[in-house]
Design a protein around this ligand. Structure first.
Ligand code: ARG
Length: 452
């Protein structure tokens, strides 16, 4: 492509070191779409005849079909997807192919392809997040009223329901979706026409190109347009955050499925056995999900580090953006799919959850609230209940079986009534709290939102 200035061929090692075709071939359909829009703008500008355009378009479509069917042979010597397609086009149709790159650089071309790729993939990932939300919602509905201890510091805290717990993940995933939508909006800007870095003396209609590619706007600074990879860093952050959420959920489920907790059971199809210990049924999907979060963070760190020292504008370092990007997207898509399927088949062991939730200590806070309602200042109530708990521990008597009136006069005979889980949950009616009514209305809200 640059043979004019060079006397020597590129060294084999440099070719091997610098090629990106082994991974950026995946951008082919966006590259073709960008080239067709660019060629059409050349017709508008009188640089290509309609016949030449038709030849270019047909040639590009033919190449696209061959790549799609795995029939196209890529050449490492042609470095990347842009040059592979253009060189083959020119080989096939001659002169019109050689006109295609007028007023364009691979710098604005790769920026365009990558933005189009991200735009499409974001839609696909949002769809998959919704599938996972629906799986969680289905389980939340089935176990809306199943009581369960909720934890802080992994120590039993207060009672909630399984439905309430599962809805918490839907909240996280909904924020993830909105972050992705936001990122998609910000990246939906056309760099084509920025050229290598300073536009071109041949002014094609950038708005026409942007309209054809359904970009919401054209970029407003040619230098920024070819150097900007913010949208990749942003997207990789968004995916790292999805990973963080899935990883936290996995950790809960790993604990829940252990014999120590026993709160849930995964289907045989979504667990694996041990090659040595015959009794094992391992939550590998959860563990791999947790593990994959490491590479999502790694990919984010890779792009942030790659761009931090780059002078304007394009530098070849930027070619390092693609593998982390592709990897995070592939990773998230598969992770979302497998988790949606696994959760849809997850069984909650209701008796185990309810037995764990019947620990009267889960209602120690409610007992303090009871005292507050009798006029005791909260700090004092906290101390009084603390004393009762200490008593219960030393006497080895459950808190609800102690004679509380013996401990302090603030306790009256009705204190025992606090230890009713159903009443305790029923009282939690404030927005966001886990009364069964609230959980059910949240389920209805999510159902409605997710059906839109
Ligand atoms: N393969 C390159 C990349 O991914 C395309 C842009 C090359 N531009 C250049 N001036 N060498 O970044």
């Amino acid at each position: 492509m640059w043979k004019g200035r060079f006397q020597e061929a590129t060294a084999d090692l440099v070719e091997q070191f610098g090629e990106s075709i082994s991974f950026d071939w995946r951008l082919y359909s966006y590259d073709v779409a960008g080239s067709i829009a660019h060629a059409r703008a050349q017709v508008t500008a009188g640089l290509l005849t309609q016949e030449e355009f038709d030849q270019i378009e047909a040639g590009l479509k033919q190449i696209e079909g061959e790549i799609e069917r795995g029939e196209f042979e890529f050449s490492t010597a042609l470095e990347d997807i842009h040059m592979n397609i253009e060189a083959e086009l020119t080989k096939r149709i001659g002169a019109p192919g050689a006109k295609l790159h007028t007023a364009r650089s691979r710098n604005d071309q790769v920026a365009t392809d990558t933005r189009l790729y991200c735009r499409t993939e974001i839609d696909l990932m949002i769809e998959l997040i919704e599938q996972l939300e629906l799986s969680l919602l289905d389980r939340a509905e089935k176990y809306a009223a199943t009581v369960l201890p909720a934890y802080t510091h992994l120590q039993r805290g207060q009672p909630v329901t399984v439905g309430h717990h599962l809805l918490a993940y839907i909240e996280m995933l909904a924020r993830d979706k909105s972050r992705l939508q936001d990122c998609q909006k910000r990246l939906n800007v056309s760099p084509l026409g920025s050229g290598a870095l300073a536009g071109s003396t041949i002014n094609l209609d950038r708005q026409q190109i942007a309209d054809e590619l359904e970009f919401a706007a054209v970029s407003t600074n040619s230098m920024d347009a070819v150097a900007d990879r913010d949208y990749i860093a942003e997207l990789l952050f968004d995916l790292a955050m999805v990973g963080a959420h899935l990883s936290r959920m996995s950790e809960d489920f790993i604990l829940w499925s252990s014999s120590e907790f026993g709160f849930c059971t995964f289907s045989d199809a979504h667990t694996t056995g041990s090659s040595l210990m015959p009794q094992k049924k391992n939550p590998d999907v959860c563990e791999i999900t947790r593990g994959k979060t490491g590479r999502l963070y790694g990919n984010l760190t890779a792009i942030l580090t790659a761009i931090k020292g780059l002078p304007l504008t394009y530098n070849r370092d930027l070619q390092e953006d693609k593998e982390p990007l592709f990897d995070s997207i592939d990773t998230i898509k598969l992770t979302l799919k497998v988790n949606a399927e696994m959760i849809a088949a997850m069984k909650i062991n209701e008796e185990v959850c309810e037995a764990a939730a019947s620990d009267p200590l889960l209602l120690a806070t409610d007992l303090a609230d009871y005292l507050v309602k009798k006029g005791v200042p909260f700090r004092q109530a906290h101390e009084l209940v603390g004393k009762a708990v200490a008593e219960s521990v030393s006497q080895q008597t459950p808190l609800n079986e102690l004679d509380l009136t013996q401990i302090d006069t603030a306790y009256e005979d009705d204190a025992k009534a606090v230890f009713n889980l159903q009443t305790a949950l029923k009282a939690r009616t404030n927005p966001g709290a886990p009364s069964i009514e609230n959980v059910k209305s949240q389920i209805a809200r999510w159902k409605d939102l997710l059906s839109k």
